[in-house]
Design a protein around this ligand. Structure first.
Ligand SMILES: Cc1cc2nc3c(=O)[nH]c(=O)nc-3n(C[C@H](O)[C@H](O)[C@H](O)COP(=O)(O)OP(=O)(O)OC[C@H]3O[C@@H](n4cnc5c(N)ncnc54)[C@H](O)[C@@H]3O)c2cc1C
Length: 437
């Protein structure tokens, strides 16, 4: 700790993994910090699918930002949406028309869904990025079973009991495995007119294999493991249409009431705010020290930044990468305050890739060792519990998982925040945008 107080104002936009880590590593640097986020909570996105599939409650994976920095008097938290950056006057522009001045700016605003030019699919195939998304998906999944219980037409009932996941990355695989288990293990005793074990879970991936960022043998294992859970995996076929009746992929039309989008993300619009060069996913092409070209006082980190790892491959959009960048930026700011401007470039270190398949299996690629099966699942579980914030949450999540592991029962089978049980996707979307109950 330097002890010296500088009249230097660091504004950090985004209290996700990258932003919070920057705050953390600026402790004792003697700077004033303003942390701006449009939500009042930090979200542990890796476990979002467990809220969407009724395994965990929202409060187990999200924490009030204000509370997380309450022991840091130099940090001011603002609940506000950033809509632009005035680089000439060094001001962050907020949605209410006000502005916040900065000496150093850190943009850590994450990513959003990308529908590859088909934004009209979004109401029918929602993605998973926020707590609202997760609750909306949970409602949609549980309502499909409820409506199937009351449906007498066999074709409509079959569509209600068909769950399609578009995209075979980690989130798609996790969603598919858990929905299949929900139908086959958790719910079947609760219904009288339908057998939920007959529900279809279909995973559609445009590429030749699921989990493309993993080695081929782990992808093949994950595919077999999903199939043993009852998931139908369709590879090499992109979805070409999606509406309230289902999806079209390849030559097939699949009637389905519930479609989940897990196929693509784009960066937050930081590049547009800055007029900065961006890659195809909209990520700001930053300098090796994570600053914006021509703006040494502005850093962009995490899912919003495009930067290369030491081996030339792009740094992946995952939580450890955002955290490493946050830590690095804090060290650059500290060094600059001491007059040291010759800091080396950011060097990403990849610690490994993990993905879980249902409640008992997982795949892990640490580079030097590859694991799969039950042992991988336990390591996945312990790693995720370790990274949660707070002892109470760790205990609560661990207990929930052990309970689900042992009994198959899930504690969060709640349909909330929808006006009607039979709400159409379009109406539901309108409600969601209007902040309906
Ligand atoms: C469903 C899902 C599962 C995932 N699973 C894993 C996993 O298993 N392992 C892993 O390592 N990674 C996983 N990831 C990726 C990981 O969550 C991201 O890489 C990581 O969150 C990126 O950190 P970040 O700081 O860049 O952005 P985020 O953590 O997304 O934080 C961005 C913050 O910026 C705020 N914000 C955005 N725009 C504005 C604005 N205009 N004004 C104010 N505030 C704004 C947001 O509210 C948010 O709090 C997953 C992501 C998702 C969506």
């Amino acid at each position: 700790m330097s002890g010296k107080v500088h009249d230097h104002h660091v504004v950090i936009v985004g209290a996700g993994f990258g932003g919070l880590e920057t705050v953390r590593w600026l402790k004792g640097a003697g700077v004033r910090i303003t942390l701006i986020d449009r939500r009042n909570h930090h979200l542990f996105q890796p476990l979002l699918y467990q809220v969407a599939t009724a395994s965990l409650a929202t409060s187990e994976i999200a924490w009030p930002i204000r509370h997380l920095v309450s022991n840091r008097p130099e940090v001011t938290t603002l609940l506000a949406q950033v809509v632009g950056i005035d680089t000439a006057w060094r001001r962050v522009l907020l949605d209410d028309g006000s502005a916040v001045s900065y000496d150093t700016l850190v943009l850590a605003t994450g990513a959003r869904h990308a529908y590859f030019g088909h934004d009209e699919w979004e109401p029918f195939a929602p993605g998973l990025k926020s707590l609202e998304d997760a609750i909306r998906l949970r409602r949609r999944i549980l309502l499909a079973f409820e409506r199937a219980e009351r449906e007498s037409d066999p074709l409509r009932r079959a569509a209600l009991l068909t769950f399609v996941i578009i995209g075979g990355g980690p989130t798609g695989v996790e969603m598919a495995g858990t929905i299949a288990e929900l139908a086959r293990v958790t719910l079947w005793r609760d219904y009288r007119n339908i057998d939920t074990r007959m529900a279809r879970t279909v995973l559609i991936e445009a590429g030749p294999r699921i989990l493309p960022s993993f080695p081929p043998d782990l992808s093949a294992y994950a595919e077999r493991a999903l199939q043993s859970l009852g998931v139908e995996v369709h590879l090499g076929q992109a979805v070409s249409a999606c509406d309230g009746n289902g999806v079209v992929y390849g030559e097939n039309h699949l009637p389905a009431a519930t479609v989940v989008w897990a196929a693509g993300v784009a960066a937050s619009p930081a590049a547009e705010w800055l007029g900065a060069p961006a890659d195809r996913a909209g990520r700001v092409e930053v300098e090796p020290n994570l600053t914006v070209p021509g703006h040494p006082d502005i850093f962009v980190i995490g899912d919003t930044a495009a930067v290369a790892a030491p081996d030339g491959s792009p740094v992946p959009g995952i939580a450890p990468a955002a955290k490493q960048q946050g830590r690095y930026v804090a060290s650059v700011i500290r060094a600059r305050l001491k007059g040291d401007t010759a800091i080396g470039p950011f060097r990403y270190k990849h610690d490994g890739s993990l993905a879980t398949i249902g409640k008992r299996l997982a795949v892990i690629d640490f580079g030097w060792i590859k694991l799969r099966g039950a042992l991988a699942w336990w390591i996945w579980g312990i790693a995720h519990i370790f990274f949660l914030i707070g002892v109470r949450n760790r205990l609560s999540v661990a207990l929930n998982w052990l309970w689900i592991h042992a009994t198959g029962h899930r504690s969060a089978l709640l349909i909330t925040q929808g006006r009607q049980a039979t709400m159409s996707p379009v109406k539901e979307r309108q409600d969601h945008r209007e902040g309906g109950p």
